[in-house]
Structures are given as structure tokens and as C-alpha cells.
Design a protein around this ligand. Structure first.
Ligand SMILES: [Zn+2]
Length: 189
């Protein structure tokens, strides 16, 4: 998490959702993404990837930090604990950091010139947030949800994050995507 973001090559929401969805599909994740266990699996799948749980003294106010080219993700311990307990915001943080890992490897970061607003689609933080939302929320099932609360509960995200997705009638091109059934408990046991 970098508060203001840096300029990165442009990516559209749909570009990012497609990337996030394909990674989730490749991992055969259940509807409720077990984000902490996804990290464990990625440790085995991505050569050189390391994941560190760090103290507040080490990382300060940041909830997580990613060094995409070193393939290192650091998550603050209270955030990691929260994500393991199913806290939506903390789960989103862990998915956000994966966004940096997958979207920003080998990318040249640029500081935004003072006084010039970065378009959102070129902002590293917007891109990572969009990835997190795309990674945690299944578009096919989203269209069947009837309330913001149902979106939040189903996908384990905060009400605020659920509001960003509910009722947007997004992704009509992908309307044929079948919703996957729940199969919690058996995932990569
Ligand atoms: Zn970030």
C-alpha cells in the first residue's frame, strides 16, 4: 500500500479483472477466496516469492508492502491475523498486495509530477485495489446477489468494497460466466 500511488502503465478495469479472474481460476479457488491459503500456495508456485509477516515496529502505518521485482510481500501481523479471521478489509489488503505483485513486476514506477493529477487507470494504488476487487469477487455470482450485505458476506469483503461492486451491472460481456458452487473446506487441503 502506497498512499498516493505512483504512475504505472495504463490498465482498464476490465483488463485487471481479466487478469485477476484468470489467476483465481488457475488456483481453482472457491467462491469465498481463502486469501491466507492462496499466499501459502503461491509460495510454492512462484519461484523466489517470499511472504513476510512483520510487526508494526518494522512496517509502521502501512498495512502491507510489496516489492514486485524482489517478489516480496510484507503484511503487518494484525492485518494478517484479521484476514485469517475473515475481516473484509484485511482480506482486501492481502489481495491488494497480490495486485502489486502480479501487475507491477518489471514496471517502471514514476513519481507523479507535482500539481498534475494522475488518471486513475495509471495509478498503482487504484490498479491494485481494482485487482483485489476482481480477485475476491466472482462476477458471475455477483450478478445473482440481491444486496450489498450479501455481496460482502459471500465474498468476505467490507460493506464499502461491496458497495463499489453491487448493482453496477458490470461485465455484461461475461454474463455467461457460470457461478461456481461453494466448496469450502476442501480447497487444496
Ligand atoms: Zn498498494
Amino acid at each position: 500500500m502506497r498512499k498516493n500511488g505512483v504512475i504505472v502503465p495504463p490498465l482498464s478495469t476490465q483488463n485487471i479483472y481479466t487478469i485477476a479472474k484468470s489467476i483465481r481460476a488457475a488456483m481453482n479457488s472457491p467462491l469465498y477466496v481463502p486469501i491466507d491459503r492462496i499466499y501459502e500456495v503461491l509460495l510454492k508456485l512462484i519461484k523466489g516469492f517470499s511472504f513476510e509477516i512483520v510487526t508494526k515496529a518494522e512496517i509502521g502505518d502501512d498495512h502491507g508492502l510489496t516489492y514486485p521485482d524482489k517478489k516480496i510481500i510484507q503484511i503487518r501481523e494484525d492485518i494478517y491475523d484479521g484476514a485469517c479471521r475473515g475481516n473484509g478489509r484485511d482480506r482486501f489488503t492481502m489481495a491488494h498486495e497480490l495486485g502489486h505483485l502480479f501487475l507491477h513486476r518489471g514496471v517502471r514506477f514514476a513519481r507523479s509530477p507535482k500539481g498534475i493529477e494522475i488518471p486513475v487507470y495509471r495509478n498503482s494504488e487504484w490498479q491494485a485495489d481494482t485487482f483485489a476487487s476482481g480477485f475476491l469477487v466472482d462476477e458471475g455470482f455477483l450478478r445473482r446477489c440481491e444486496s450489498v450485505e450479501e455481496v460482502a458476506d459471500t465474498f468476505g469483503i467490507s460493506i464499502a468494497a461491496a458497495k463499489c461492486r453491487f448493482g453496477k451491472n458490470e461485465g455484461r460481456a461475461g454474463a455467461a460466466t457460470p457461478a461456481r458452487p461453494f466448496h469450502q473446506g476442501s480447497w487444496m487441503a
